[in-house]
Design a protein around this ligand. Structure first.
Ligand code: GUN
Length: 283
């Protein structure tokens, strides 16, 4: 039976460390969160991020805008937040309602305040191996792997899914740690066979329980980034947990795996944005 990689416990450790560091600052980093429209899932994510902020001592400022807001008005709010010295991190919850351009929004946020790590400059810096704000989900996966002392150097890692926010940066972060990385996607041939070469398999596809036992080498570490709601209402990952747990060495559950770490790393990025700004203003 696989060891369960406990994301809730690891996130609690990360947040406790952040809470202590922020308490020592004697000031509260400020995170501006912009929610456009009334998508219930997005609203629920923002609520959870607000709760995490309160736990660690970050001040969350919520900006709730109507779904029919114009691109110009949204851009104007981002410009205002970029210019506001009291705001250290900016997050615009995705997806945006139809008619709004996500690429434009991502590129408009100041890279120094881009706590999601989505800005082209931050992604470019990541590609070049320079210090950068790292996207929270893949950074959270790395934190979880480190928490459980999973050897990355020389390991074969397979990432399934090539999104800009998970798959691509995940591959880069694993590469930085000297894993041999294969990045797979919907056009990949013989996907199960490639996945079976993985010592570390990261599933970030967005298809409920697609990764079954035929994709997993006995003894592999399986990281499930997916969050899918089944017809019966149950939350499941991209991995068929019951089928894979008997043969994996270690596996993340859903919920309670990668999700809580994504939010903990958002808090960590917000503190980093605060500290970098402070260092820049002292220099
Ligand atoms: N929507 C789903 N995940 C995310 C995330 O990590 N950041 C933002 N801004 N929106 C999201």
């Amino acid at each position: 039976m696989a060891q369960i990689l406990d994301g809730t416990r690891t996130a609690a450790l990360v947040k406790e460390e952040l809470r202590q560091r922020i308490a020592r600052l004697g000031a509260r980093p400020v995170l501006a969160m912009v929610l456009v429209g009334d998508d219930p899932a997005s609203a629920s994510y923002v609520r959870m991020k607000t709760r995490d902020s309160a736990e660690v001592g970050i001040e969350a400022r919520d900006f709730h805008l109507p779904a029919d807001i114009s691109q110009d008005r949204l851009n104007a709010l981002i410009d205002e937040l970029n210019a506001d010295e009291c705001v250290h991190g900016i997050l615009v919850q995705m997806p945006l309602p139809p008619g709004l351009d996500e690429e434009e929004v991502v590129a408009r946020i100041s890279p120094a305040k881009d706590v999601d790590g989505f800005h082209p400059e931050n992604l470019g810096r990541l590609l070049r191996g320079q210090p950068a704000m790292r996207p929270c989900t893949p950074a959270g996966v790395m934190r979880l792997l480190d928490q459980y002392d999973i050897e990355l150097d020389g390991a074969r890692a397979v990432v399934v899914g090539r999104s800009n926010i998970v798959g691509k940066p995940q591959a880069l972060l694993l590469l930085q740690r000297n894993a041999t990385v294969t990045l797979c996607h919907s056009h990949t041939r013989d996907l199960p066979a490639i996945c079976r070469t993985a010592d570390i398999l990261v599933a970030a596809i967005g298809r409920a329980e697609m990764i079954d036992a035929s994709y997993v080498k006995p003894g592999a570490v399986v990281i499930d980034v997916g969050i899918n709601r089944r017809a019966d209402g149950r939350l499941v990952g991209d991995v068929d947990f019951e089928a894979v747990v008997p043969l994996a060495a270690a596996i993340t559950p859903v919920p309670g795996g990668v999700g809580p770490l994504t939010r903990a790393l958002l808090m960590s990025n917000t503190l980093e944005a605060y500290q970098r700004r402070l260092t820049a203003s002292l220099a």
